[in-house]
Design a protein around this ligand. Sequence first.
Ligand code: FAD
Ligand code: NAP
Length: 335
Amino acid sequence: MNIQPNVSLQAFNTLGVQSYAQYMAQVASVEQFKEVAAFAHESGLDIKVLGGGSNVVLPERVSGVVVQYTSETCDVLDESDADVLIRVGAGFNWHQLVMDSLNQGWYGLQNLAFIPGLVGAAPVQNIGAYGVEVKEFIKHVHGISLDTLESFTLSNEACQFEYRESIFKHALNGQVLITAVDFMLSKAPDVNVNYAPLDKMAKEQGVPTPLELAGWVIDVRKSKLPIPSELPNAGSFFKNPVISFEVFTGLQNRFPDMPYYEQAAGVKVPAGWLIDQLGLKGKVFGPVSVHKQQALVLINHGGSGADVLLAAQKIKQAVKANYGIELEQEPRVFA
Ligand code: FAD
Ligand code: NAP
């Protein structure tokens, strides 16, 4: 059991916030986790689960024991001519899984290429990009209760996946360690090029293979999104709001150019566009700025978690005042 006191988490979060964990342990198995949990329970300390740190805002000091699960197993559970069911350890790098699966001829995850983080966090916010969500491929999520140490398996339905949401952000928020995820991937090389940049490339170059499509996604992302090692960030800081048709109609009268996407639950409006229209692209809030190429991304230039949250608060206030829309923050805030 390797539990270290007073560990700097600066290299463990993509915002590059300086933060110290009271204790930190990296565990590669459920058995190792149980030893760490026993220490935490005996010492009256909370357990906090960290993945790759690409969707968190950390405070200067994280109390309790920060646990990172590092198991990188990948096993085939079942296979047919049509598809394959794999179980992947929560510590497996997400982008690596996407590329490995495509290279095996197992398709589906190509639109989700180049998303940072680890497999264990993918179900937490039901990661999505370019019209695809990970919930489409998840069969089961396996984990262990941080409190009772009982193991569990949740079916796809039980995970209550929605747009950037799941049970792990609600009823099970901070309650569990996800240890593995089962994915059902297809052997049919179907591709989804519905989003404009991919559609444009498909019209110019023809329908891509899944592996080629992953390459396009990587290229588009590299051209628009800041790389955290160069410009520390946590990806999109706000969810795109889905507003009622009534609210949308009122806004559209005021802003006829506003992009929108109709959904079953209402109309999705790009939060980045709302922020951009307020002239906030590139705006500096102390050590934090709004990314010049993508208004949904906040860049941290050496500030604290509190600095990042203060900048986010100011943006939220401006959006609320101008459009009457309450933006919801995407990254999880650690206490
Ligand atoms: P962390 O940030 O470490 O954790 C996120 C949350 O999940 C925390 O609440 C944590 O406690 C919990 N968690 C992590 N691992 C576990 C586990 N094993 N068990 C239980 N709980 C756990 N997201 C998208 O959806 N689509 C995108 O296209 C996208 N692009 C991004 C681009 C950039 C440049 C960046 C920086 C981020 C982007 N993100 C995107 C956000 C982020 O990468 C994803 O949400 C990712 O899944 C987070 O993974 P992580 O391992 O870094 O999790
Ligand atoms: P974009 O292509 O500039 O589009 C802006 C927004 O419009 C996106 O957020 C997207 O919503 C929405 N959109 C665009 N085309 C759409 C369509 N055909 N149908 C429905 N909605 C559409 O976005 P971007 O910033 O370059 O990001 C590209 C993709 O990567 C997006 O899917 C985005 O979610 C994802 N991404 C996510 C994060 C994160 O941290 N969560 C970070 C970077 C990129 P959706 O976001 O709902 O798809």
